[in-house]
Design a protein around this ligand. Structure first.
Ligand code: ADE
Ligand code: ZN
Length: 349
């Protein structure tokens, strides 16, 4: 099946199809899945005091004006994570929600520097996350892997120090990414550390073109040699870049609800997801930091399809792109695409 040859799906079945179709999530910061209830439970368990009186007061603070206003609260929320069990509990909660949304494969970002800077050893972070990944496979049938992100507001030397700490655990994660404050921190700042990660055989991705200009997407491609662009919504400002991305089949891990919450677009009707697909770009839908942005995978699909000119062909393309752009094996991808085709056949008239 291809996006242009999918069976006719009655419009009233589209919301159920969006929920039921198997999908991969390629852009989720696991620390961004920490719900306020779990933040408070972990704070109590670990004796950490929070500058918010209640879950409701914390949630009320989730009114962001840009990326930085979110990051300040997101890093504060992560301060309750101290023990391996905390990291496992956080990721396990995410996997249960992902399973409910028919996510069959997830590639999780984690930010070790957010934790090692507070004295939490790298080993503690990776142990907890690895346990949750194994449990997701055993108990939920979800295939999952980890991608270690460098914080771009810190120096490249600090990224190198983090890579050094991670070396004994190279078999626990499949790649590296670049996240945190984008503006003023172009990808080329991390050229040497990404080159080293490439030599180590790691997969490479980077946030680019979320708030930053198309030039950052060019340098993520040409200087860092990334295989996917995280966000990349500003690529449409540069026709030559669109040509390059579509020619090379570089996927964009788009996060619609995140983009609205962080004021990248005024509202969902203004989001450019439909235009990205129409331009021939390999877009995918992802949740980014679902606990902060109002929803997990299916919420992202439901809200974008309700607001934009998107139908069953685009739903198929987005799900299929998520598998094709993943770092899973060809056999895994083929199996999921077969499941996707079967789901579409079931919803056809
Ligand atoms: N870290 C967590 N979420 C992020 C985002 N949307 N952009 C950059 N860094 C992040
Ligand atoms: Zn992100």
């Amino acid at each position: 099946m291809t996006a242009t040859h999918i069976p006719t799906i009655p419009a009233d079945r589209l919301p159920a199809l969006l929920a039921a179709m198997p999908k991969a999530e390629l852009h989720i910061h696991i620390e961004g899945s920490l719900e306020p209830e779990l933040i408070f439970a972990l704070a109590q368990r670990n004796g950490v005091s929070l500058p918010y009186a209640s879950v409701e007061a914390l949630r009320a603070a989730y009114a962001f004006t840009d990326l930085q206003s979110f990051l300040d609260i997101y890093y504060a929320g992560a301060s309750v994570l101290l023990k391996a069990q905390d990291f496992e509990d956080m990721a396990w909660a995410y996997f249960q929600r992902a399973a409910a949304d028919n996510v069959v494969h997830a590639e999780l970002f984690f930010d070790p520097q957010t934790h090692t800077a507070r004295g939490v050893p790298f080993a503690v972070v990776i142990e907890g996350l690895t346990h949750a990944v194994a449990r997701a496979k055993d108990e939920l049938g979800i295939s999952a892997s980890l991608i270690m992100c460098f914080l771009r507001h810190l120096s490249e030397d600090e990224a190198f120090a983090t890579l050094e700490e991670a070396l004994p655990y190279l078999d626990r994660f499949i790649g590296v990414g670049l996240d945190s404050s984008e503006r003023g921190h172009p990808p080329e700042k991390f050229a040497r550390v990404f080159a080293r990660c490439r030599e180590l055989g790691l997969h490479l991705v980077a946030h680019a073109g979320e708030e930053g200009p198309p030039e950052y997407i060019w340098s993520a491609l040409d200087v860092l040699h990334v295989e996917r662009i995280d966000h990349g919504v500003r690529s449409l400002e540069d026709p030559k870049l669109v040509e390059r991305l579509s020619h090379d089949g570089i996927a964009l891990t788009v996060c619609p609800l995140s983009n609205i919450k962080l004021c990248v677009f005024k509202d969902m009707a203004q989001h450019n997801l439909a235009k990205l697909l129409a331009a021939g770009l390999k877009a995918t839908v992802n949740s980014d930091d679902p606990a902060y942005f109002g929803g997990y995978m299916n919420q992202n699909f439901t809200e974008t399809f309700a607001a934009l000119p998107l139908g069953a062909p685009q739903a198929y393309a987005l799900a299929r792109n998520s598998f094709e752009a993943s770092f899973a094996t060809p056999a895994q991808k083929a199996g999921w695409i077969e499941q996707l085709d079967a789901t579409f056949a079931k919803f056809a008239v």
